[in-house]
Design a binder for this molecule. Structure first.
Ligand code: NAD
Length: 384
């Protein structure tokens, strides 16, 4: 990679000094070397597990100028496999004995998951919870960088990631875990409030979606389920894997909806908190969205409809959606509601994690801006 970079800059410079801006007879070969080398400089990313998260990460990788998708993996020839084909992603499969079934369905298979991993600089493991852990041996044996999702335990990578909180600590790492959707949403806002006021304690209640829209076999259909019935839920301890100094208690339940999670958050701050300043902090953060009163939205369903109408890909909301009217500040107490799109907020974090692990971008803000820019993320508050 370093050699390729030197090569890239050498030929860029040579092209300029030899030809100036206008070019000359050898402009084409130099441009060719420039472009092919630039292509080689791109981070090669494989997505192991092309499902809800994997397919979004693949599209987000493909949108970046410094990354490319070298393959995605499937276990069976379902609708998502056809989407991968339509997107032009090389398709690999977990079990080669199923190759004939894929090919019979009209899906060409390039090779096995191991073949795919060999072709990659970084593997994004987006297989279902607990399956990811079984892949670690493979990544270790191949000496590859890999990142897992929040369904795996912190110990799998020994490092849990959030772009806004600990990007620098991920630089050069072989293994990283991107925390779950709820933890990502919590970390972003808690860290911001902590930097400004200091956080004494956080109390957060998560009203979670029962299943993702495509999951037809999950519920509940007609119940509010305490999940878990015990306190704290796993979300609080999970926040500590990123922000170990924060005192936090979380409670969680699941409800019959597929759209988004809703968080009711109460933060006790060390210094007196100002509502106006909190709104400014939210407006100035690249991954915090503000649902202003003018929008007239007070539900997850309306938020998703708005994202769809805005033309967001898959109606994804990559940012936290904090309801401006719910923001209540009194002395050392801050309360608000925020909606979190479970399928989307971790996707942008995966992209920054890749960049940090490879070490090509040392600055968190620059990576976040690059990721957001490539996806055309225009924060929700800028649309009303
Ligand atoms: P999913 O079931 O939608 O997708 C997983 C994909 O992996 C499927 O396409 C499946 O066919 C494939 N797969 C299964 N076993 C495989 C194997 N051995 N090798 C290769 N591919 C295999 O799951 P998901 O919802 O995308 O979740 C993936 C991870 O992301 C989990 O750790 C989950 O906890 C985490 N996560 C999920 C959400 C969410 O809301 N869905 C949000 C944040 C984090």
């Amino acid at each position: 990679m370093v050699f390729e970079k030197i090569f890239f800059y050498f030929f860029s410079g040579l092209g300029f000094f030899k030809n100036g801006w206008k070019g000359s007879h050898d402009f084409i070969p130099i441009t060719f070397l420039y472009t092919t080398t630039m292509y080689d400089c791109m981070i090669k990313v494989a997505i192991n597990g092309y499902g809800t998260i994997g397919k979004r990460v693949a599209d987000a990788v493909a949108a970046q100028k410094d990354m490319k998708v070298v393959g995605v993996s499937k276990t069976r020839p379902n609708a998502e496999a056809f989407v991968a084909k339509q997107r032009g992603y090389p398709l690999y499969i977990a079990d080669l004995s199923k190759k004939a079934a894929f090919e019979k369905a009209g899906l060409s298979v390039v090779g096995s998951v191991e073949d795919m991993c060999k072709a990659a600089d970084v593997i994004v493991d987006a297989t279902p919870s607990d399956v990811g852990a079984t892949n670690k041996q493979l990544y270790e044996r191949l000496g590859k960088k890999a990142l897992w999702q929040g369904g795996e335990e912190h110990e799998i990578a020994g490092f849990s990631f959030n772009s806004s909180c600990n990007y620098k600590d991920a630089i050069g790492r072989q293994f990283v875990r991107v925390v779950s959707c709820n933890t990502t949403g919590l970390c972003r806002i808690i860290n911001e409030i902590d930097k400004e006021y200091g956080v004494s304690h956080v109390h957060a209640i998560m009203i979670r979606r029962g299943s993702d829209p495509g999951e037809i076999k999950k519920g509940p259909i007609d119940a509010v389920v305490l999940d878990p019935v015990t306190v704290p839920s796993h979300h609080g301890p999970d926040v500590l894997t990123v922000l170990p100094h924060i005192s936090i208690t979380t409670m969680a339940m699941i409800v019959p909806t597929t759209m988004m999670h809703m968080h009711a958050i109460q933060i006790t701050t060390k210094k007196t908190v100002s509502r106006d300043r909190v709104i400014d902090l939210i407006k100035n953060h690249p991954r915090l969205g503000l649902v202003k009163k003018t929008l007239g939205i007070k539900s997850t369903a309306e938020l998703k409809e708005f994202a769809m109408d805005l033309g967001r890909q898959r109606s994804d909301l990559w940012e936290n959606c904090i309801f401006e009217e719910s923001i209540y500040a009194n002395k050392n107490e801050l309360c608000f509601f925020q909606a979190i799109h479970q399928e989307a907020d971790v996707v942008v974090e995966n992209i920054d994690a890749i960049r940090a692990m490879v070490g090509l971008e040392k600055d968190a803000s620059r990576s976040i801006m690059t990721t957001n820019g490539a996806l055309g993320l225009n924060l929700i508050q800028n649309n009303h």
